[in-house]
Design a protein around this ligand. Structure first.
Ligand code: ZN
Ligand code: ZN
Length: 261
């Protein structure tokens, strides 16, 4: 069975995808900034943004959205991802398979972009040393193409194992966009229990990726710490910095270090 979008024309597909991704971006960005405003006592870095950072990041978002809509329109028109008959189980398994495979894929993509050969395409995202909700999708076209390996390539590959659930895939992509944008907010909403070592196998505290922007050479995972733990690229002082932020003391320098256990 093909994609439910397969009956649409190219222009209609592009329009639907633009509405979906741009709409999600606007709503998630608004929520991310609302989170920063709601939690001034949970600020991660008390370090100023660079001059014109929001404008620069907006341009990066426009590039990301253009690459996303163009790629997914082409993939949708080519109708190369196999979808099965709608079922809740199929949707749930699709969501779960995307959740895990994205994190494995992203660790390797991200680690590769920190090699001398590929760092050029990743510098745009790292121009933001202190992050904002607009940082998540602020990237070069080259890096955005790497993300398309996940947004389009993973579903294509997974659909060779079993036909995917369309709604499960749509739900995962919405979750991914939302998490990426809100997860770059310069505020730490995570409760202490959810920032424990056990919980971060599944979901990271916000300070986790904020430290990657400040320090560069570790924490290549985004959503959860498990790939960094498996690959040995986790910093062991982040829980101490989390505790500092949760106690109302933001980090005042990008170089700040925490006590290690
Ligand atoms: Zn980032
Ligand atoms: Zn990076």
């Amino acid at each position: 069975m093909g994609s439910p979008l397969a009956s649409l024309s190219t222009a209609q597909t592009a329009l639907v995808l633009t509405a979906f991704f741009a709409g999600l971006t606007v709503v998630s960005t608004a929520l991310g900034f609302a989170l920063e405003r709601a939690l001034p006592q949970r600020r991660i870095f008390a370090v100023p943004l660079f001059e014109g950072q929001h404008r620069f990041e907006l341009l990066g978002n426009a590039i990301f959205l253009a690459v996303t809509v163009t790629t997914l329109t082409a993939v949708s028109r080519a109708d190369v991802i196999a979808f099965g008959p709608p079922s809740l189980l199929r949707d749930a398994l699709t969501f779960q398979a995307m959740l895990v495979s994205f994190q494995v894929y992203y660790w390797f993509l991200h680690r590769a972009m920190h090699t001398r050969a590929l760092v050029r395409i990743h510098r745009w995202h790292h121009r933001s040393q202190v992050t904002t909700p607009l940082t998540g999708q602020s990237m070069s076209a080259g890096e955005a193409l790497g993300w398309m390996g996940a947004y389009a390539g993973l579903p294509w590959a997974l659909s060779h194992v079993a036909p995917l659930g369309f709604r499960g895939l749509v739900a995962y992509l919405a979750f991914n966009v939302f998490g990426n944008i809100v997860g770059h907010a310069n505020a730490e909403p995570t409760a202490p229990i959810a920032a424990s070592r056990a919980a971060t196998w599944f979901a990271n505290a916000f300070v986790y990726h904020a430290l990657h922007h400040a320090r560069w050479t570790g924490h290549y995972s985004f959503q959860a710490a498990f790939m960094d733990r498996v690959m040995g690229t986790e910093w062991n002082d982040w829980p101490a910095l989390y505790a500092r932020i949760a106690a109302g003391h933001p980090l005042t320098s990008l170089k700040e270090r925490g006590d290690t256990p």
